[in-house]
Write a protein that binds this ligand. Structure first.
Ligand code: NAD
Length: 450
């Protein structure tokens, strides 16, 4: 897909633009001089060089990062991704969003993220294991149960987390190290519900939004058409869960392309086909889609669940959904946000739509620290409670911002007379404001050390 040269797709700049849009609506953030900058800047950034012997004997030198954005609400929490696009800016943006996400979901963590720049489909399992071990060894005590706790993300999974645990545990013998990483296999201290948690949480948010009238025009999910970009952890589970909830999943895609059936795909069939062939493409009886065409099919709900900056100013005019629900982190650029808003398309932002994974990771961490395990039903009940509360907080915040819009506008114009008029409060702005206000209250009550 060609993207306009004028649009800035740097993820850190996108995170900053989203933050800046929320600041004028955030009580006292500008009043306490310098607090906004402190809240936005990352706390610690680690870059590591990883020499790894490949299967053919060649020593490939990889680069890895781990960024702790903020630890004022608790230890860092965030995934590890393996992807060719991994850069310091990308990881920092993702760590920043984790801070807002943990604050909004009300789990006692700060934001963190890590990644290794590599191309997973070209790696063997043994090479992936060696990269993971070398990366975790290089991070040393930057991570740990009370410092920063990794989890799965793009192209990493429960198996990767088992290697993370094993490496960390070999380096810290004689302790219960289970809480050093979440998203582990069930047999190794993983939690019930973690595998599908992000998708489950996303579905709960949409169901709750519909129930409280937060998505005008929707009465339920029965027969509602859904298109999903990405068929990995988030995308696959979303397809299955939305389909089980009565929706018609008309299109899904992965890195190789997409498939479309206006009557709704049989997700169980898609899963079998993807398992057998490695991709969803060419499922008999479906219409093929080019890689990003899935974003433009007619549907009520579009779920980008692959990678960032997929809905841009270039393709946003062609999105045909009524609602975009961000399963991925940062899939919509600020330029696209503006266009979608003008076109009356609601965007349910990543920090509200996809914290289910970190919420159940929090449950896993609590279970690990107590050396216990909870039943599936208990995890499901607590997850539902957290997702509903986060949704209610965002809706209440948006109502407050809409009601007080003229006041916020006037107050901001008084401080920054040269700034353009404030944007109309969206769910993304409201979610950021709610999260920032939680972080601000913590910063205020703890004070600036020393
Ligand atoms: P995954 O590695 O399990 O799956 C990624 C999927 O996206 C695969 O189907 C892959 O083929 C597809 N994909 C990759 N590049 C693509 C492209 N250019 N176009 C179309 N499809 C492409 O990853 P995941 O864990 O499902 O994560 C997906 C997104 O959700 C990421 O943005 C991640 O940060 C975010 N996320 C994941 C979790 C989690 O718990 N795993 C939690 C919150 C957010």
């Amino acid at each position: 897909m060609s993207k306009p040269a004028t649009e800035d797709l740097n993820l850190y700049h996108i995170a900053k633009a989203q933050f800046d849009a929320a600041v004028p609506f955030t009580t006292k953030l500008e009043g306490w001089r310098g607090l906004a900058e402190w809240l936005f800047r990352p706390e610690r950034m680690v870059e590591v060089t990883l020499p790894v012997e490949m299967d053919d004997g060649y020593v490939h030198t990889f680069t890895g990062y781990r960024v702790l954005h903020d630890s004022s609400r608790g230890p860092g929490k965030g995934g590890i991704r393996f992807h060719p696009s991994v850069t310091e800016d990308e990881v920092t943006a993702l760590a920043t969003w984790m801070t807002w996400k943990c604050a909004l979901a009300d789990v006692p963590f700060g934001g963190a993220k890590g990644g290794v720049r590599c191309d997973p489909p070209t790696l063997s399992v043994r090479e992936k294991r060696r990269i993971t071990r070398r990366y975790i060894a290089a991070l040393g005590d930057s991570i740990g149960p009370h410092r920063d706790i990794p989890a799965p993300d793009l192209y990493t999974d429960a198996q990767t987390m088992a290697w993370v645990y094993d490496t960390y545990s070999m380096m810290h013998p004689g302790k219960n190290n289970l809480a050093a990483v979440t998203g582990k296999p069930l047999d190794l201290g993983g939690s019930e519900g973690r595998e599908a948690a992000t998708a489950t949480g996303l579905l709960l948010v949409i169901q709750h939004l519909i129930a409280v009238g937060g998505l005008p025009g929707f009465n339920g999910l029965n027969g509602v058409t859904v298109a999903i970009q990405g068929f990995g952890n988030v995308g696959n589970h979303c397809a299955r869960l939305f389909s089980q909830a009565g929706a018609a999943v008309v299109a899904v895609s992965d890195v190789a392309g997409g498939i479309f059936d206006p009557n709704g795909l049989d997700i169980a069939r898609v899963e079998v086909h993807a398992k057998e062939t490695g991709s969803v493409v060419q499922l008999p009886g479906t219409k093929p889609l080019a890689t990003n065409e899935v974003l433009e099919v007619p549907c009520a709900i579009l779920i980008p669940a692959a990678i960032e900056t997929q809905i841009t100013a270039e393709n946003a005019p062609r999105v045909q959904a009524a609602v975009v629900v961000e399963g991925a982190n940062g899939p919509t650029t600020p330029g696209a946000d503006e266009i979608l808003q003008q076109r009356g398309i609601t965007v349910v932002p990543d920090i509200l739509a996809n914290p289910g994974g970190v919420v159940v990771s929090y449950f896993e961490w609590v279970q690990n620290l107590a050396n216990t395990s909870w039943a599936d039903e208990e995890v499901a009940r607590l997850l539902e409670e957290k997702m509903r509360r986060a949704t209610d907080v965002v809706l209440a915040t948006r109502a407050r911002l809409v009601d007080g819009f003229e006041r916020y506008q006037a107050a901001w114009a008084a401080v920054r007379p040269d700034d353009p008029p404030l944007p109309r409060p969206t769910l993304r702005i409201a979610a950021h404001v709610a999260a920032l206000e939680r972080c601000r209250r913590v910063a205020e009550s703890r004070g600036v050390w020393p």
